[in-house]
Write a new protein. Structure first.
Lengths: 729, 287
């Protein structure tokens, strides 16, 4: 019996089929996987920004000495420093608080110990005889036999020389810069003693002070230096009255503001400077904490309330973080609230065991230490990115030292007490501004060029022009950026009049030339039909050359000699050399090939039978172009513009090299901007991994991705609709 | 989908009524009986070259007003090229050289004083494939009217309705004038294109194989439409379909290799051609 069999496929063919199918499948999956991984990685980096803050009790130790004046710790909270009233500095284990090491610095008891502003390791201690000495606590990691050993030293500063405060000193503060040491002492009758040691090094003795006593205000009980030691806050915490004293030098102090922190006549309940002391946090019995910041005004820099946060119960105590603008507010119910000023966020809270006498953050703000009687409590805090909130990313924020709320991007500074400004709005603005001006330059040229090339150009010329322009897209944008920033920008600046006039000269000149050309004998016209673009090129070059050549006379005629100063005086426009005009031209050139190519395809792809149908009805060429060709090609042209816009938004090198990268929000054509892409390129290499700044750069990348994704998706949807809509033409 | 006619008659009952050459011949006078005032188009010694190729050679013919004249012939014989001479669509092709004369109602259409757009308005054309614009049905028909400008909206409305009624399409589309023309069936689209062409009320209607892309029922409708339209228009039709030529036309010209071999009443061409080549083609020897 025979059965019917199909002929067998050869093994070789089957093998090829299998391998091809597998390779193509694997390739497709790999592409999708790569995109998912990129997205996943972006989210993975960004998500910790939105992680909730937590605080919990870590350790509780009692039977400690009751004479602790100050608590400190090393950077990673591996050892806690207690400065005691008996002149001893103790180093204790951070969880058991067993003494691991101690140094007896002084045999005379100390009255108080303060951190010298703005250092984090130098203490000024005052003994019972009102003598002030300075020492530094140094933590050092050493490896002995491959074992990590943390060593502590107490190093006297200024060769252990001291300064004798007057016997009636109530309170004092010290400020140390690279050169100077300043001390302020408030005497019990209210006057202030200002002391300055100039050009003192740690290795020198304290000698030859400039001393000056000024009348202060009776009743003040908090006196401390402000930023750079040039300001002095003198506060009466009973009434809330304060004096702000400007101290350019101790010999010429000047009271610039006398006012009060009181709200509706009610005195504050807690006063504490924020990191850097540009701001003072003031707690009230209404549960409100107000942030007063040094802000510019007509009468100079004064304290102004810039922010207010409301807690539930009267505020009893405040403490600031050491490296950020965060703080903890303890209310009279012993609830500690963690909050952050810039982002205006109240993060979390915890019930404290007792009302603390000392309330201290660890340097990294991952521990909070409270001390009262003979007890220490430590709390563990997870609060990595409190700077970020919706309002701080997108809204106007009233930063320290500003006259009013602003949008600002300023991610880093040389100062350690700097308030980072993470508003994405100026960068979004810059991104859209750059893209906008690029599109203003590119759309008319690219679309009109596409219309001409597809409809009017001789086939022989089109065969050269279309691939030529498409090859332009392969030009590395770094070259365009380089040329724009270093070659074009100075030329445009020097010949601003010509460049502005070209906007009128070129179209008018071309119209005049076209009119003259149409008068040519019909024989010449028919031979040159479709080659007009080539004929026009020398005319355009000539027109540009002429306007450039006559720049100065033209400037004299139109702008009174100088276009830049004319614009500044008449229109109030400032001029940056690298500005949106340069970007418009350079990035416009970069997106023209994209828009041109897609739009030309769309226009050229309009079926001839539609064109003929229109012409056969008695339409002119122009009517056919406008009413049938452009209408039919409009989705394609729209999609070309969208894709061009998407490219302009994501473009990096040109904006990086030719904008000046100033994150300002100004639509002015002659000012620069900073875009998302350029900002990421500039700041990513210098950003500390996993810092808030680092994660925000990733967030920015995600926003950028969504913008380009949106534009490309719209373009693709429109293109698909085009395909189904006009597919049966 | 059944395409019901505007007057409610079923298409199938119309088939016997389609005019036959026998019925046409009674009305169509033979060329030697033509009077000058009946002549719409006069072609004299027309030659057309595509580059070095001669596509049409010494064509001379006259076309009678308000009659249907069919041009038949094998592929590549030049019948479409000849048709496109009448509204100068050949001007769109590079390298075309035309000699000889074509007079429309006594006006030489190649004269420099003739505006091509105005000429094409007088000589409408319908192409082989339906080519509605990607606009609404209404806008398609109004297209030619709007090109001139200046017509009030009510006038355009009237003319659109009139054209659609004359193209036997009104009943099918009157309630969806604002829908896209691209959603119509092929037969409807072709009738829409005819409506678009007659909306501007041309003198002459050129039909270039108007039914070759359509199914038989749509074809019948087009043929019936042609029969109606000839009361108002001078119609020239190019067709591959001999039966169609026999059914719809009054006069038939046979072209072969760019020459007009024979031109006479349809009845004579199909029943008693004087040229052997015509007879060979009619009887299917080539083509």
């Amino acid at each position: 019996m025979t059965t019917y069999d199909l002929p067998k496929i050869s093994n070789r063919r089957r093998l090829t089929n299998t391998i091809t199918a597998k390779v193509i499948g694997a390739g497709g999956v790999a592409v999708i996987a790569a995109i998912v991984l990129i997205m996943g990685y972006l989210f993975w980096v960004i998500l910790p920004i939105f992680a909730p803050t937590s605080i919990e009790v870590l350790d509780e130790v009692s039977q400690l000495p009751e004479d602790v004046l100050a608590i400190g710790s090393d950077d990673s909270f591996e050892i806690v420093t207690l400065i005691r009233g008996n002149g001893r500095v103790e180093f204790r284990n951070p969880s058991t608080f067993e003494v691991e090491n101690f140094v007896d610095v002084s045999s005379t008891p100390w009255r108080d110990a303060i951190l010298v502003f703005p250092t984090t390791d130098t203490y000024a201690v005052r003994d019972s005889a009102n003598e002030v000495r300075f020492f530094r606590i140094a933590h050092q990691v050493r490896y002995i036999d491959n074992e990590r050993v943390l060593e502590q030293r107490v190093e006297p500063v200024f060769v252990n020389s001291s300064y004798q405060l007057p016997p009636n000193t109530d309170d004092f503060d010290a400020y140390r810069s690279d050169e100077d040491l300043r001390i302020v002492a408030r005497l019990n009758e209210g006057s202030l003693l200002l002391v300055e040691f100039e050009e003192v090094d740690d290795d020198f003795e304290l000698e030859f002070p400039d001393e000056n006593t000024i009348a202060g205000r009776v009743g003040t009980d908090r006196t401390f230096f402000g930023p750079r030691g040039r300001f002095l806050y003198n506060i009466n915490s009973e009434t809330g009255d304060y004096q702000l004293i400007l101290v350019p030098s101790v010999l010429r102090p000047r009271v610039v503001q006398s006012s009060s922190f009181a709200v509706d006549g009610r005195a504050p309940t807690a006063v504490e400077p924020l990191l850097g002391r540009y701001s003072i946090l003031v707690g009230h019995d209404s549960g409100e904490v107000r942030q007063w910041s040094l802000s510019p005004s007509e009468i100079g820099t004064i304290l102004k309330p810039i922010r207010s946060m409301d807690f539930d119960a009267p505020i009893s105590a405040l403490a600031s973080e050491q490296r950020r603008k965060g703080f903890v507010a303890v209310d009279n119910q012993r609830t500690a609230h963690l909050a952050y000023t810039t982002s205006n966020r109240i993060l979390t809270s915890i019930q404290l065991e007792a009302m603390p006498k000392l309330l201290v953050f660890s340097p990294r703000a991952d521990r909070l230490v409270t001390y009262q009687d003979d007890q220490i409590h430590t709390y563990a805090i997870e609060n990595d990115h409190p700077e970020i909130s919706w309002s701080s990313l997108w809204g106007k924020v009233w930063y320290e030292g500003y006259e009013e709320p602003v949008f600002s991007w300023q991610s880093s500074s040389a100062d350690t007490d700097f308030e980072p400004k993470f508003s994405l709005t100026p960068l979004l603005f810059g991104t859209l501004k750059a893209a906008f001006y690029a599109m203003i330059f590119a759309i008319p040229i690219a679309v009109a060029g596409a219309i001409y090339t597809a409809n009017f150009m001789a086939p022989g010329m089109r065969a050269w022009v279309k691939p030529g322009i498409e090859i332009m897209a392969a030009l590395p944008t770094v070259i365009l950026g380089f040329l724009a920033g270093l070659w074009l920008a100075p030329i445009v600046e020097d010949h601003l009049t010509s460049v502005l006039l070209c906007v009128f000269v070129l179209p008018v000149g071309m119209l005049v030339f076209a009119t003259l050309w149409s008068r040519m004998p019909s024989k010449v016209l028919s031979v040159c039909d479709g080659w007009f673009a080539a004929i026009a090129v020398p005319v355009i070059v000539l027109l540009i050359w002429l306007t450039l050549e006559f720049d100065q006379p033209l400037a004299n005629v139109f702008f009174g000699g100088d276009a830049k100063s004319w614009m500044y005086e008449k229109l109030g426009l400032e001029y940056d050399q690298r500005n949106a005009l340069i970007i418009g031209i350079a990035m416009g050139l970069a997106v023209i090939p994209t828009i041109f190519s897609i739009a030309e395809d769309a226009i050229y792809g309009v079926p001839q039978h539609l064109v003929h149908g229109s012409l056969a009805l008695g339409a002119t060429r122009w009517q056919t172009l406008v009413r049938v060709v452009l209408l039919t090609a409009s989705p394609g042209i729209f999609s070309a513009i969208m894709i061009g816009f998407g490219r302009a938004v994501g473009e990096t090198m040109i904006v990086l090299m030719a904008t000046g990268n100033t994150p300002i929000m100004d639509l002015n054509l002659f000012q620069g901007m900073r875009t998302f892409a350029a900002n990421i390129a500039v700041e990513m290499p210098e950003s500390e991994a996993n810092s808030t700044h680092f994660r925000i750069l990733f967030l920015m990348a995600l926003v950028l991705f969504f913008i380009t994704f949106m534009f490309n998706t719209v373009a693709e949807i429109v293109r698909n609709r085009l395909r189904t809509r006009y597919g049966n033409l | 989908m059944s395409e019901e006619r505007a007057d409610g008659h079923d298409a199938s009952t119309e088939i016997p009524e389609i005019p036959t050459p026998a019925s046409s011949i009674e009305e169509a006078p033979s060329p030697n009986e033509w009077k000058d005032e009946d002549i719409c188009l006069t072609v004299s010694d027309l030659c057309l070259h595509y580059g070095d190729n001669e596509a049409l050679t010494d064509i001379s013919m006259r076309v009678v007003r308000r009659r249907v004249t069919a041009l038949i012939g094998p592929s590549g014989c030049g019948k479409s090229t000849l048709l496109r001479c009448f509204n100068r669509m050949n001007d769109l092709i590079d390298d075309v050289r035309i000699t000889g004369e074509i007079e429309l109602n006594g006006m030489e259409i190649h004269s420099t004083s003739v505006d091509i757009a105005q000429l094409r308005r007088r000589v409408g054309m319908v192409f082989q494939r339906p080519n509605p614009f990607p606009k609404s049905i209404y806008e398609n028909v109004a297209y030619g009217l709007r090109l001139q400008g200046g017509l009030p909206k009510s006038e355009i409305d009237d003319r659109v309705e009139w054209a659609l009624k004359n193209a036997a399409l009104w009943g099918e589309v009157s309630d969806r004038l604002n829908e896209s023309a691209l959603d119509m069936s092929g037969g409807q689209q072709q009738r829409l294109v005819i409506a678009r062409a007659i909306a501007v009320q041309p003198d002459v209607l050129l039909l270039d194989e108007p039914a070759s892309a359509l199914d038989p029922i749509s074809t019948l409708k087009i043929e019936e439409l042609i029969h109606q339209l000839k009361q108002d228009y001078t119609i020239l039709i190019v067709t591959h379909n001999m039966q169609q030529a026999a059914r719809v036309s009054d006069y038939t010209g046979f072209l072969y290799l760019g020459k007009l071999v024979e031109y006479d009443t349809t009845n004579i061409i199909f029943t008693n051609p004087s040229e052997k080549r015509t007879e060979d083609y009619i009887t299917g020897r080539y083509g």
